[in-house]
Ligand binder design. Structure first.
Ligand code: FA5
Ligand code: MG
Length: 500
């Protein structure tokens, strides 16, 4: 099958298959259950979630679910580049400490501190993002059952790849800015330094994600504590920006999701949110109501963006569901022989606007995956490459050079290791992937379920194939064997499964 960790390279049958798969993967991580003391409120919340999981409205693990597809091929010249600007908003979560950074373009500043608890990767002990200082212990709390952020994820906080001018994501961000500046001169405000640590209210409640929605689970989202998360989408900033009166804006940032492992999914990736507000005078001269007017403008604007980025590209619209928009759509682009989902969008639910004190307006919104678009644009075959500091990768990209195609410096051989075990009720693929990623880091290319059966006693066995491959060098047998041994031990100890 074409794999889709719930949202990318998908066919309708894949989606059905994934749906079946995710039904079984909505349990809480076992390590949470093993922690001794859990606040009563928290237990109640977990029980409510577990009970309500059967009623989850979305068929994919995050926000969207498929309904129908319209095909379309775009073949028009690209528009010329243009200049851009950026804004800064602080982080309004946790105990925000005053920042020493005054520049509105503050890049995250690192001060390297103690090595992490496992003594493997030196972690930044203190970060500054969006003008706020964040210490390791603010985000990674090993003995707190309400926290599931591992060191490997904390290590990515503050990297802000989208703010690096010569990085493919920075080049792409600027090109999208150019498109909006050319077509809506002076209209769209840009935010690319908003803090990724947000409240549960911002991430979910403010955008109408139902209390029992699967995306809220500890299996899918990184929780700093029961009220605070690493944002899992840039939509987390919508409501606040509406409240503050913004009507045209682009929000770019790193987002975090517990997920499966393959070439188009990574637990940290980058999104750009776009929002445009219309007032009654905008649609009164047309023969459409506000919603139809906004939907038409949205599709036109995004098709224009696709033309600006790619010139000719085969793409299709897919009707879908998001809690925060209606109607809702996804845009897919044909890439490397498969349909790749690159963005979700729709007409903003009135309840979001009303809650922000805006009653007579209509808005459209989109959230696009920067890595997905950059993979198509620069021919980057694997999402891990975006994190590479290998000069053979980084030196291939420079500001303003959009058409450059990535030249793989070498294709190193993969090494496959299979692992079978009897699963338990709490087993989820995301927990497995996090363990594998925590040990093997970016040396793991893919984790795939290759066998699944239940015996007469009702015990279920899973066999996973782990593909190890470095993007930068050949791996030795000894190195892989040692990693695999560590993975087996950790899987057995942390997931309480029985290896076969
Ligand atoms: C959202 O995140 C919605 N907030 C988008 C949206 C905004 C809809 C505003 C309507 C209005 P979704 O989960 O589909 O939707 O993610 C959006 C895009 O992020 C996807 O289309 C894909 O391009 C990218 N994406 C999602 N998961 C990953 C991942 N694990 N790795 C890389 N890119 C991803
Ligand atoms: Mg999606």
């Amino acid at each position: 099958m074409v794999r889709d960790g719930s949202r990318s390279v998908k066919t309708p049958s894949d989606r059905t298959e994934k749906r079946e798969k995710t039904k079984t993967s909505r349990c809480l991580p076992i390590y949470l259950r093993k922690k001794k003391k859990v606040e009563e409120r928290f237990i109640t919340m977990l029980i409510q979630r577990a009970l309500s999981r059967a009623r989850v409205p979305s068929t994919s693990r995050y926000f969207s679910s498929l309904s129908s597809i319209q095909m379309q091929t775009i073949n028009l010249p690209k528009s010329p580049p243009f200049s851009f600007s950026s804004n800064n908003h602080g982080c309004n979560f946790l105990k925000s400490k005053p920042s020493s950074v005054s520049s509105p373009y503050s890049t995250a500043a690192f001060s390297l501190g103690k090595s992490n608890r496992k003594g493997v990767v030196p972690l930044a002990a203190l970060l500054q993002i969006g003008g706020v200082q964040i210490a390791t212990d603010d985000v990674v709390k090993e003995n707190d059952p309400t926290n599931n952020v591992p060191d490997s994820i904390f290590a990515k906080l503050g990297m802000q790849l989208h703010r690096r001018e010569n990085h493919p994501l920075g080049i792409l961000k600027k090109t999208i800015y150019d498109y909006f500046d050319i077509n809506f001169p002076g209209k769209f405000e840009k935010f690319d330094d908003l803090c990724p640590i947000v409240t549960v209210k911002q991430n979910f409640d403010d955008v109408l994600v139902p209390p029992d929605h699967v995306s809220r689970s500890y299996n899918d989202t990184y929780y700093v504590n029961s009220d605070t998360v690493l944002r899992c989408h840039t939509s987390a900033h919508q409501a606040e920006l509406f409240r503050n009166g913004h009507t045209h804006f682009l929000v770019t940032g790193d987002v975090y999701r517990r997920d499966s492992i393959d070439g188009t999914h990574y637990p940290v990736f980058h999104q750009m949110e776009g929002v445009r507000v219309f007032s009654p005078e905008d649609w009164s001269g047309s023969d459409m109501d506000g919603t139809a007017y906004a939907a038409a403008d949205l599709k036109r604007s995004l098709e224009g963006l696709a033309k600006h980025l790619f010139g000719a590209v085969e793409m299709r619209w897919v009707d879908t569901y998001f809690p925060f928009t209606n109607p809702s759509y996804e845009l897919e682009i044909f890439f490397q022989g498969k349909w790749l989902e690159v963005l979700g969008c729709g007409v903003t639910e009135q309840a979001i606007l009303h809650a922000s004190g805006r009653t007579d307006i209509v808005a459209w919104a989109f959230g696009l995956g920067l890595e997905r678009l950059a993979m198509v644009l620069f021919d980057i075959p694997d999402i891990r490459l975006f994190w590479s500091s290998d000069e053979r990768f980084t030196s291939q990209f420079s500001e303003g050079k959009l058409g450059v195609k990535f030249k793989p410096f070498s294709k190193f051989p993969p090494c496959y290791k299979d692992m079978s075990f009897w699963i338990n009720d709490g087993f989820t693929e995301n927990n497995l992937c996090e363990i594998v990623r925590g040990i093997a880091g970016d040396l793991v290319e893919e984790v795939t379920l290759i066998d699944n059966f239940t015996n007469k006693k009702g015990m279920t066995s899973h066999c996973y194939r782990i593909t190890y491959r470095s993007m930068e060098r050949s791996l030795t047998d000894d190195e892989i064997n040692e990693l695999q041994e560590q993975v087996r031990e950790a899987v057995q100890n942390k997931l309480n499964v029985v290896l076969r």
